[in-house]
Design a protein around this ligand. Structure first.
Ligand code: PSU
Ligand code: MN
Length: 330
């Protein structure tokens, strides 16, 4: 039988057509569920440093055509730091760890590139679909491939007005059960940051402030919330990762919270004003589920004259550079 996976997610046309080519053998699982590029496979086999990169930020977090240039720049930054980049995505039903140039281009170009959280991986594989992976799906696939360090912009988390919509990113639950270090600029400031930090505590996800005693605020250098642990070098992060491995016990991620430099942050006053309007418009338009985060990021970009985009990119670049140094120190 042909796959009957219906559309509806972000990045899919509302027509409800079957996405992508039919699977090669109906609903059978592909023989290899996670396919590593040759470069990534060799690097891991030789125990050389590898950094996982997510693709949702490329496909759904940044505007075209700049997103393609950014995707390439991030890979170059990993290489400049002495590590091998492993950008992760699903293409035609194959979960790929490490993309070649054409594959990166497909993710950046769209259309029909869905947003895939961890729970979407199985239907996407079975249906032969293509999609960009969020933090939850990327962390899962990276850990499966044996990658220990992952860089992104900002994690998903508990949305403001949780009491009304119960929107909490699947990133949190997945990070609670996946042994990977995620270098990020905290959680997106569109979220309820104190509630997200509380959830990370409950879920047993470690949080380190990198050269800061405050949890970063994604577009902003500081969210104003304190962190319990501060590290100040890639070697110190590597020491925590090794201690986590030595301890064993339940799998959980380690969040390495690396703030955007103050001179590159979004103006905090502008941030607060525009975000208030973005949240109101999101509510008025009834936007829910996977569409919320891309909508808010895009709204901020448009109404800050592109300043939020520059802050976002500065944060991601800093995270990717640090992740490469951490992977090398490991
Ligand atoms: N970081 C960015 N831009 C993004 C994201 C992270 O700088 O677009 C993505 C990540 O893929 C993250 C996702 O997992 O946003 C969260 O989406 P949601 O709130 O629907 O779980
Ligand atoms: Mn959500």
């Amino acid at each position: 039988p042909r796959a009957r996976v219906r559309s509806g997610g972000v990045g899919e046309k509302p027509s409800g057509r079957l996405h992508g080519p039919p699977p090669r053998q109906g609903w059978d699982m592909p023989e290899t569920t996670v396919t590593l590029s040759e470069e990534v496979r060799e690097a891991l086999a030789e125990r050389r440093p590898v950094v996982a990169l997510e693709s949702t930020i490329i496909a759904h977090g940044l505007p075209r055509p700049r997103n393609l240039a950014v995707a390439r720049e991030l890979e170059d930054l990993v290489r400049a730091g002495g590590a091998v980049p492993a950008t992760i995505a699903v293409l035609d039903g194959v979960a790929r760890v490490g993309l070649d140039k054409d594959q990166v281009e497909r993710i950046a170009a769209g259309p029909g590139v869905r947003k895939l959280g961890h729970r979407d991986l199985a239907p996407a594989l079975a249906a032969g679909a293509s999609g960009a992976t969020t933090v939850s799906a990327t962390a899962f696939l990276a850990a499966r491939a044996g990658i220990r360090v992952f860089a992104t912009g900002g994690l998903g988390g508990v949305h403001r007005e949780w009491a009304r919509a119960q929107d909490e990113s699947a990133d949190l639950r997945l990070l609670a059960r996946t042994r990977i270090a995620v270098v990020c600029a905290g959680v997106k400031s569109i979220l309820d940051v104190p509630a997200t930090l509380q959830r990370l505590e409950t879920l047993g996800v470690g949080v380190l402030g990198y050269a800061t005693e405050h949890f970063p605020g994604f577009y902003l250098t500081s969210s104003g919330e304190p962190v319990d642990w501060t590290v100040s070098s890639p070697e110190e992060v590597a020491a925590v990762i090794r201690a986590q491995d030595a301890l064993g016990g339940p799998e959980a991620a380690l969040v390495v919270a690396n703030p955007v430099p103050e001179r590159e942050q979004l103006d905090p006053g502008l941030h607060d004003r525009v975000l208030a309007r973005a949240l109101a418009e999101c509510r008025e338009r009834g936007i829910t589920g996977q569409a919320v985060t891309p909508f808010l990021l895009e709204y901020l970009m448009r109404h800050t004259g592109g300043a939020s985009l520059e802050a976002n990119l500065a944060a991601v670049r800093g995270n990717v550079r640090l992740a490469a140094r951490v992977a090398a120190a490991l």
